[in-house]
Write a protein that binds this ligand. Structure first.
Ligand SMILES: [Mn+2]
Length: 245
């Protein structure tokens, strides 16, 4: 029997939440036993200012993912809106294959599945989409990575504060996916499943008229979340248990 493919997103790892880091390390051991591949669909880290910022946390995570990939579990990473600067150098340290949001659907277990972080589906949030266009510009990114680490930290903090204060006043609906954007992708790629994170609204939605399921992973907080792909596609939540071994 072929082992399932695991998909996770939105762990938002940071020094502020060691319990989530512990939960992730325990999850990686589980994934080593249970899965054939792991897709991380972005926002693995709460912030990423460049692959040269090797903190103890980033080093620990790289070593742990590397261990999993060395066991033959293929690991893939698609950047989210928090860690879109995570590049080839860090991916290599983790033994992960960096994949772009523009990648084609994967055809596994008879499904046609498109994997996304999910932010590009939130087209009602016009100011965010405008910001996204700027920060995804390769020239802007190149310039940013040329700044000193300290100055990048400072800029990242200011950006985060600004996004927190503006998001506070945004209506709930515009922070969710736009159904026209969903339908467009489903039709264009003849998808049977669309899998994403980002919205922090875990759930399984049947898009009846499109004959497609949209499965949304949850953000790791008090629970961890994994989407398991095999003949069936399941969304599972589990308590974050510290692994003492
Ligand atoms: Mn996100």
């Amino acid at each position: 029997m072929i082992k399932p493919i695991y998909v996770i997103a939105d762990l938002h790892l940071s020094e502020l939440h060691p319990e989530i880091t512990d939960g992730f390390l325990a999850f990686l051991k589980r994934a080593e036993q249970e899965s054939s591949a792991l897709y991380i669909l972005g926002d693995l880290f709460d912030a990423w200012i460049g692959d040269d910022n090797m903190t103890p946390l980033n080093t620990l995570i790289a070593q742990s993912i590397k261990k999993l990939s060395a066991q033959g579990v293929n690991c893939y990473f698609m950047p989210g809106n928090r860690d879109f600067l995570l590049g080839q150098s860090y991916a290599k340290r983790c033994g992960m294959i960096l994949i772009k949001e523009t990648s084609y659907p994967i055809h596994v277990f008879g499904h046609s599945i498109r994997l996304l972080h999910g932010d590009i589906l939130c087209t009602d949030d016009i100011s965010y989409q405008r910001y996204r266009k700027i920060v995804h510009n390769p020239i802007v990114q190149w310039l940013f990575t040329r700044l000193s680490l300290n100055y990048r930290k400072h800029l990242a903090n200011r950006l985060r504060q600004k996004s927190q204060s503006t998001n506070q006043f945004k209506p709930h609906e515009i922070m969710d996916v736009n159904m026209n954007a969903v339908a467009e992708i489903v039709k264009r790629y003849h998808l049977t499943h669309l899998i994403h994170g980002h919205t922090h609204r875990p759930g399984k939605h049947t898009l009846g008229d499109l004959a497609c399921d949209r499965i949304v992973s949850g953000a790791w907080e008090s629970l961890g979340w994994v989407i398991k792909i095999s003949d069936e596609i399941e969304l599972e939540s589990f308590p974050l248990i510290h692994d003492h071994s």
